[in-house]
Design a protein around this ligand. Structure first.
Ligand code: SF4
Length: 300
């Protein structure tokens, strides 16, 4: 079966995300025969659009690239397992093309310490991700970013902590390093946003600092990076708090480049912060933490 080259895999990934993948019942059987797979926790993912009684893998790896496993019901893409002694197959039933993806093995952390699964997630195969707070004030105002799944997934998951403490981050990162040191390449601190953007920014910085401290203690601060995705603060001087960090990447997400589309798709961000100030914050961020460490997502 063919491997995809880097140009092709980008298009296939977009197609898989937008059309979703139908999951054959044989996948449940496959998962019983293999090491524990990272399962969808419906928190960092698009909500599941089908009532699936079987556990659903969170992601798969195709030609070296990790793809979120969205499932919206019937699709031209189908994931199946022909049976004992065979590999998984991802099939496009329009072109007839078949590929051999792999599922992502879960961290030992989540198998051995159940509570850790309510605090963190494995994302992209190598990122230990923390989400705090799990709400975003823009939903309360009805001005959330129009693509955002946060409220939907929060409803489907009851056991996650609403807001994480520095101590929980420290403990979970320490446990992860003890059990899965060779798997983890980055720690992600992501979240919804607090109405007081300065308080929300300080919260994210504080959690990231807790993670950094553990990495430093373990001598891993060069090997494992810390990534923060947050709204920029109102007070742009607060960005200087990031100057003390080693190996940090920060995202202030503009989400949409075009000004007109930005105000339609991100009405709350437009109302409370705006495109111009976000770009200004990104410039300051780059100056504080260095080029290629300041990022901004654009949603495709
Ligand atoms: S700011 Fe982030 S969490 Fe809040 S609605 Fe927009 S995408 Fe969702």
């Amino acid at each position: 079966m063919p491997e995809l080259n880097c140009g092709e895999i980008g298009w296939v990934k977009l197609d898989l995300l937008s059309r979703g993948i139908e999951i054959d019942n044989s996948i449940a059987q496959f998962m019983r025969t293999t090491s524990p797979v990272a399962l969808r926790k419906n928190f960092y993912n698009t909500p599941l659009w089908v009532d699936h009684s079987l556990p659903v893998p969170q992601e798969l790896r195709l030609s070296g690239v990790v793809v979120g496993l969205n499932s919206y019901g019937p699709s031209i893409w189908r994931l199946k397992w022909p049976g004992e002694g065979t590999a998984l197959i991802l099939e496009n039933n329009v072109t007839g093309q078949q590929y051999q993806p792999k599922l992502i093995e879960d961290l030992r952390l989540f198998a051995e310490i159940k509570e850790a699964g309510h605090i963190a997630n494995l994302y992209g195969g190598t990122a230990l991700a923390f989400f705090s707070p799990r709400t975003c004030y823009l939903f309360a105002d009805g001005t959330e970013c129009r693509f955002c799944s946060l409220a939907g997934t929060a409803k489907e998951t009851k056991n996650y902590k609403a807001i994480l403490s520095d101590r929980e981050i420290e403990e979970t990162v320490s446990e992860a390093l003890a059990l899965d040191k060779e798997r983890i390449e980055q720690i992600m601190i992501v979240g919804g946003n607090m109405r007081d953007l300065d308080a929300g920014f300080r919260h994210h910085i504080s959690l990231a600092k807790a993670a950094s401290t553990v990495l430093e203690r373990a001598g891993l601060s060069k090997a494992v990076s810390v990534h923060i995705a947050t709204m920029p603060p109102f007070d742009l001087d607060l960005i200087k708090m990031l100057a003390d960090f080693e190996n940090v990447h920060v995202m202030f997400n503009l989400e949409v480049w075009d000004q007109g589309a930005f105000s339609v798709i991100c009405p709350g961000k437009e109302r409370d912060y705006g495109r111009k100030k976000t770009l200004k914050a990104l410039e300051i961020l780059r100056d504080v933490i260095g080029a290629y460490r300041a990022h901004s997502l654009l949603v495709t």
